[in-house]
Design a protein around this ligand. Structure first.
Ligand code: AFP
Length: 319
């Protein structure tokens, strides 16, 4: 049995990067405990609501953000953070070497139904003598030095890569540490499972409608095989399923708001998941380009996402 700290000692040469990963994942263990208490802890509900004691309740995504922000800003290895819950980046230590972008609680609408949620993170190395600015974060995803997520499901799992493949760890709740449970995860290039929010079908491009129609037609259609569909409504859960048993995940552009290129965020959803998928032998694209090649224009930028089994991503893009 290999613990996360033992694994990091052999996988990551930089002590500062080890520290960033340990601080991030240790805080996720604390978030996991907060989530497990659920409404017993009196912390469920909308920010601004009052609990039975008349105290203001905070949403768990706000609580998770504050926990990660507090822990990371206190780490000397951190130069700055960017979060889904923060309008602007937050500079930390000018001497710090690492930038981290995160979604503290992806899929947070699943909280109210006691379903899967997760924390997603993306780490870049960037040094400089001035305090960090947003421009420091605007690097393509191929520059990430580490990326991953912690999934809060029936068990709490950490999945990450530092560019040497994808490894999965399971939280040993008694010991309070992550233990390596699956090494060098690979995604089969072929699949018969897809994930897309079908309720948006009428808003997709013609090409996307044709592609999904062909999946749904199954054995009787041009694909000649039946497809199964799954939708967790938390990207972290859908990507975890793909890493475990294959599949394709799509959040396409749609014409509900034609000026928005997609729903998902480049810096703390598409890029880290794109790096994981590529490290597992899969692919991650928008409708037209490799996600990790995109030059970001803002920390909260949105993109269309097509990721998963390599041959199925190619097939989807060929429409
Ligand atoms: P929230 O974190 O706001 O719940 O959004 C989750 C998410 O960005 C992503 O994780 C899901 O894949 C997607 O939204 C689900 O979107 P739908 O509302 O279309 O199901």
């Amino acid at each position: 049995m290999q613990s996360l700290s033992q694994f990091l000692a052999s996988d990551v040469s930089s002590a500062s990067l080890q520290e960033v990963l340990l601080v991030t994942t240790q805080t996720c263990i604390e978030i996991s405990s907060a989530l497990k208490k659920g409404s017993l802890a009196g912390i469920l509900g909308m920010a601004g609501n009052e609990n039975v004691q008349g105290e203001e309740q905070k949403k768990l995504d706000v609580i998770s953000n504050n926990m990660l922000k507090g822990a990371l800003l206190a780490s000397p290895a951190i130069r700055a953070i960017a979060s889904e819950e923060e309008d602007d980046i937050v500079p930390a230590n000018t001497d710090g070497e690492y930038l981290i972008a995160f979604d503290p609680l992806d899929g947070s609408s699943n909280i109210d139904i006691n379903s899967m949620v997760g924390t997603i993170f993306s780490i870049y190395r960037q040094v400089g003598s001035e305090p960090a600015t947003e421009a420091d974060f605007l690097q393509p995803g191929k520059n990430q030095v580490a990326a991953g997520y912690v999934l809060y499901g029936p068990s709490t799992m950490l999945v990450f890569t530092t560019g040497h493949g994808v490894n999965m760890f399971t939280l040993d709740v008694e010991q309070g540490e992550f233990i390596l449970t699956r090494e060098n995860v690979k995604v089969d290039p072929e699949t018969q499972e897809f994930a897309i929010n079908m309720s948006n079908q009428r808003f997709w491009s013609d090409a996307m409608q044709n592609y999904v129609n062909d999946l749904v037609a199954g054995k009787d259609g041009s694909r000649g095989k039946n497809f199964n569909m799954r939708w967790v409504a938390a990207m972290v859960g859908d990507v975890h399923r793909i890493l475990c048993r294959g599949g394709i995940f799509i959040y396409p552009w749609d014409k509900k708001d034609p000026n928005k290129p997609g729903k998902l965020r480049l810096m703390y959803e598409a890029n880290p998941m794109g790096m994981l998928l590529e490290q597992a032998g899969g692919k991650a694209f928008t409708h037209t380009e490799r996600i990790l090649d995109i030059q970001p224009e803002g920390i909260h930028q949105r993109v269309a996402v097509v990721l998963g089994a390599a041959n199925e991503v190619d097939k989807c893009l060929s429409y």
